[in-house]
Design a protein around this ligand. Structure first.
Ligand code: NAD
Length: 370
């Protein structure tokens, strides 16, 4: 087991807590990275192969995302070593035990991530009050149902286009991943005139240069089917979605999908990152040198966490969408202006901006870390 000083720098982590409750087979790690701006928010990831290091990286990413979004929250993350597809009764026991074991850790607010959902958050709410991402019936704002992240991405695209030499009307769009993020961003951007020419899910991809009908794709997903069942398109291998020429490419699936080995194949003018860490740094550098604008994940996909934080503070659904629009437009502009002025990667500009905000918050507190 690595000790926390293997990861430590000036920003954090504040604490790493290992949790074990053998009677229910619970093993988990909580990383509270930084709480200068307020108690940390970050999701619970349940998977058999999580690690303390992954948990720290994700917690730091939340520190940056929450700071960039100007939220009164620091970053944290909780990982649980377990198969999320276990029988529901067992999962409920595990999640409730997890909530009870961290009841006293007021610097962490529970939230959903891979392997946990709204229902898990409702179980936690029964045990501890500090939780977001709840079902509507117990006071939540269902962020995936309203498409909070997709709505944010649409606004980011709009601002980023000011730094490109094409318009949204008629722009060719490719979306990798057709889940909560991919579906909504496709819906929002095609409603504004973009043409979705290719889309992929885990089963494969489809391509039609004349455009795919998003409503028909959504109906397929509602029936539990894949985008590859779409009739009027050429079927491609899942990863061939990287080769489809387009103007806007949106990753909304897995980490590191575009990397040093395949970035040369990408033929696009604008990348707006819906997924978390979808491109390696080397791939982003390559695109930057080629003049392809790339808006980094923690700036572009903050719609979901803004929604979650506002739910925690009792906001209404309509106020949430207004705030996502305002914050993401302003942040995108600040990051892209700074990148242009300094001739630096947008990611570097975004990291500088977020770190400045964290350091400023730390300077305003008596102790930098409490
Ligand atoms: P999801 O599980 O709802 O959807 C994921 C989609 O990606 C599915 O359609 C799946 O079939 C597809 N997929 C999986 N592997 C693929 C592959 N190799 N190639 C192509 N498609 C593949 O997940 P989501 O909530 O839409 O999240 C997607 C990404 O966005 C994740 O990285 C997540 O961390 C990030 N994210 C989500 C939110 C949110 O609000 N849900 C917010 C910020 C970031």
């Amino acid at each position: 087991m690595q000790d926390m000083f293997a990861f430590a720098d000036e920003l954090g982590p504040l604490k790493i807590i290992h949790v074990q409750e053998p009677s229910v087979g619970l093993r988990a790690v909580l990383v509270v990275d930084n709480v200068a701006a307020g108690p940390s928010i970050g999701g619970i990831r349940m998977a058999p192969d999580v690690s303390t290091e992954e948990c720290f990286r994700l917690a730091r990413a939340m520190t940056m995302k929450n700071a960039a979004a100007g939220l009164p929250h620091g970053g944290g993350k909780l990982v649980v070593y377990a198969d999320p597809k276990m029988p529901k009764e067992r999962k409920q026991t595990l999640v409730r035990a997890l909530a009870c074991s961290l009841r006293e850790v007021e610097q962490y607010i529970f939230a959903p991530d891979m392997g946990t959902d709204e229902e898990c958050m409702a179980w936690i709410k029964d045990e501890v009050d500090r939780v977001v991402g709840l079902p509507r019936e117990v006071g939540g704002i269902p962020l995936d149902e309203i498409g909070a992240t997709g709505f944010g991405l649409r606004n980011v695209v709009d601002v980023a286009l000011r730094y490109c030499d094409f318009e949204l009307a008629g722009a060719r769009l490719v979306v990798q991943g057709f889940g909560a993020v991919g579906k909504h961003v496709s819906r929002f951007l095609t409603a504004e005139g973009a043409r979705l020419v290719a889309v992929a899910d885990s089963a494969g991809a489809v391509h039609n240069p004349d455009g795919l009908d998003v409503e028909a794709l959504l109906r397929l997903k509602e029936q539990g089917r894949s985008v590859v069942d779409y009739a009027d398109a050429q079927r491609l291998d899942r990863d061939a979605v990287v080769d489809v020429a387009c103007d806007i490419w949106i990753p909304a699936a897995r980490p590191d999908v575009v990397n040093e080995a395949n970035v040369q194949r990408l033929d696009t003018r604008l990348v707006v990152q819906g997924a978390n860490i979808p491109f390696t740094l080397g791939a982003e550098r390559y695109l930057h040198e080629k003049g392809v604008l790339c808006v980094p994940d923690f700036i572009a996909n903050a719609g979901g966490v803004i929604c979650a934080a506002m739910e925690y503070h009792g906001a209404s659904e309509s106020a949430v969408l207004d705030t996502i629009e305002e914050k993401l437009r302003r942040n995108t502009e600040q990051v892209l202006e700074r990148a242009r002025a300094g001739k630096i990667l947008p990611r570097q500009a975004a990291v500088e901006l977020a770190e400045e905000r964290v350091r400023r918050a730390m300077s305003l507190r008596r102790w930098s870390i409490f």
